[in-house]
Design a protein around this ligand. Structure first.
Ligand code: C2O
Length: 551
């Protein structure tokens, strides 16, 4: 591979959406942010210079970061933030991955506007396992707030209540025709020619919503998920959770010259809370140099939106996620761990926690909303976990007693226990190098059943099983798919159900795992795995770069 250099200048930009102008944090004054492109095997060197009043970090979501954990990016996990006026060079090599991923800020809620695509092409000379598309187009879903999001999340932290919902969803930064907008430029347009194939690189960068996506009168063929090739399957609707990326092939048809169709996305929502049930849309616009007589006919077609599943269509969600399978052939094998060293059972869900002194919480009995894994709501440390680990300074920063099982059992899909208070702490699981792990994630349904897109840094995991109700350790493992399960970095824990994943801990470092619904991360639905160094030279994490920011 070659080395590719990028410079990210973090600066403010005035942007008008929904008829209002506000100042947002951007990379290089671009919104959405710039695409970075590489081939598998390339080294990426990205210099990030912070010119804004906020502390920032950038995370390369889904990049495995093999022995380059210092470049992963989550604030207070692998690095201290880059402060105003400072810079940091992220340096990593892309190994064994090809497809679409994305980069985003990983501190507070700054990823609301700080995001952009990562496109990883196959090594030079290697073809895609599907026919070469005429054109490739990133389609990034996002969320837009008219108000300042840092103010919103800080206020929510003060009151312990849920933060305000977004005002719109967006496609490539644009809300589209279903919102009250002041400009036709507020709609994303994809110009296509008839009878061609297009590779759409779908990225869900929204903060808090899983999304259904569809294009009227067209079907899509899913060929890749989270930068891993999949067995192709045809679908009218794609479900994509925050943190997930998916490549789909769009075949334009011959008989629609100069016609237009809507593409649209809106939430798949299962939680108890209210949510933004609005629709973002873009336009698929056919262009044809030599219009035929079909033209006049086609133009008469009304601009119809695609039909999308209803907002809480969990049956669709489950069927869809089951259809995503690894290619699992000789060229692209699925290396599912077959023998397991450690098993973990984690409950994920919401709860309440006591209000701290500087807060004015409005929950019952002076409590605030919280979220937890195995009833532990993660407390962000004041320094980076990775530094503390690497320099043997864990004292007072973290403890390695994160529970392998929930502290008490209850019916996770029945009535919640009477006590829904969670505990808190900066607890991690430490794993010896090359431990093979099986992890079952069970939705607790406390304060309502809810789907949680759990994201693991530093690894892909194989989604070997999923189901509704309570996980049954006696019966369910017999049904695991150990042959061609989806290999992803983000898995939806089904609302009122469970998902089982496996991964090999072959990457030394500290690896964050959290719900990619940003509001749940803020409430503590996060933890970290420490993977210890192995014996060999290539099994150790090298020391940090000299410009690693200090806290
Ligand atoms: Cu996409 Cu921890 O993040």
């Amino acid at each position: 591979g070659i080395t590719r250099h990028y410079k990210f200048d973090i600066k403010m930009l005035n942007v008008t959406r929904l008829c209002q102008t506000k100042s947002i944090v951007t990379v290089n004054g671009q919104f959405p942010g710039p695409q970075i492109t590489a081939r598998e095997g390339d080294r990426m060197v990205v210099k990030v210079v912070n010119h804004v009043q906020y502390n920032v970090t950038i995370h390369w979501h889904g990049i495995r970061q093999l022995r380059s954990g210092w470049a992963d990016g989550p604030a207070y996990v692998t690095q201290c933030p880059i402060q105003t006026g400072q810079s940091y060079i992220y340096n990593f090599t892309i190994t064994g991955q090809r497809g679409t991923l994305f980069w985003h800020a990983h501190i507070s809620w700054l990823r609301v506007t700080l995001y952009g695509p990562i496109v990883i092409l196959p090594k030079r000379g290697l073809p895609y396992p599907f026919s070469k598309p005429h054109k490739e187009v990133p389609i990034i879903f996002g969320e837009w707030w008219k108000a300042d999001t840092e103010t919103i999340i800080n206020q929510a932290a003060q009151t312990g209540l849920a933060p305000n919902l977004s005002d719109a969803f967006t496609i490539n930064g644009l809300p589209g025709p279903f919102y009250n907008s002041c400009s036709a430029k507020d709609t994303f347009k994809l110009k296509v020619k008839p009878g061609r194939t297009y590779l759409l690189r779908l990225i869900n960068a929204a903060l808090n919503d899983e999304l259904f996506f569809s294009i009227a009168n067209h079907s899509l063929i899913l060929v890749e998920a989270d930068a891993v090739y999949t067995k192709p399957f045809k679908t009218n609707t794609v479900l994509i959770t925050p943190g997930q990326t998916t490549n789909v092939i769009l075949k334009t048809v011959q008989h629609f010259p100069n016609a237009t169709f809507l593409m649209a996305a809106r939430p798949y929502a299962t939680g108890p809370a209210t949510f933004d049930n609005t629709t973002t849309a873009g336009i698929l616009e056919y262009h044809n140099q030599s219009p035929t007589k079909a033209t006049t006919e086609a133009k008469k077609l009304p601009l119809l939106g695609p039909s999308l599943p209803i907002f809480n269509d969990t049956t669709f969600a489950r069927k869809f996620s089951k259809k995503v399978r690894s290619l699992a052939n000789s060229k692209f094998p699925a290396n599912v761990p077959q023998k397991i060293d450690r098993k973990f059972f984690f409950t994920v869900g919401l709860g309440l926690s006591p209000c701290s002194q500087n807060q004015n919480c409005q929950g019952p009995n002076n409590t605030k909303l919280a979220a937890a894994i195995n009833n532990v709501s993660f407390v962000q440390p004041n320094t980076a976990l990775l530094q503390a680990h690497f320099f043997n300074q864990s004292n007072g920063v973290y403890t390695t007693d994160f529970p392998a099982n929930p502290p008490f059992k209850f019916n996770y899909t029945g009535n919640p226990p009477s006590n829904i208070m969670v505990s808190s702490g900066t607890k991690v699981v430490a794993l010896p190098f090359n431990t093979s792990v099986e992890l079952v994630l069970q939705d607790t349904s406390i304060i309502g059943a809810e789907s949680h897109p759990l994201h693991l840094h530093g690894f892909n995991f194989f989604i070997v099983g999923q189901g509704f109700g309570n996980f049954d350790p006696k019966k369910d493992p017999a049904k695991f798919n150990l042959v061609d399960p989806a290999e992803r970095n983000t898995a939806g824990v089904p609302a009122g159900g469970w998902v089982a994943v496996r991964f090999l801990a072959d990457n030394p470092g500290v690896w964050f795992m959290h719900c990619h619904l940003e509001v749940h991360t803020s409430w503590g639905l996060k933890m970290a795995w420490i993977v210890m160094d192995g014996k060999g030279r290539k099994q150790k994490l090298p020391p940090p770069p000299s410009d690693l920011p200090k806290c």
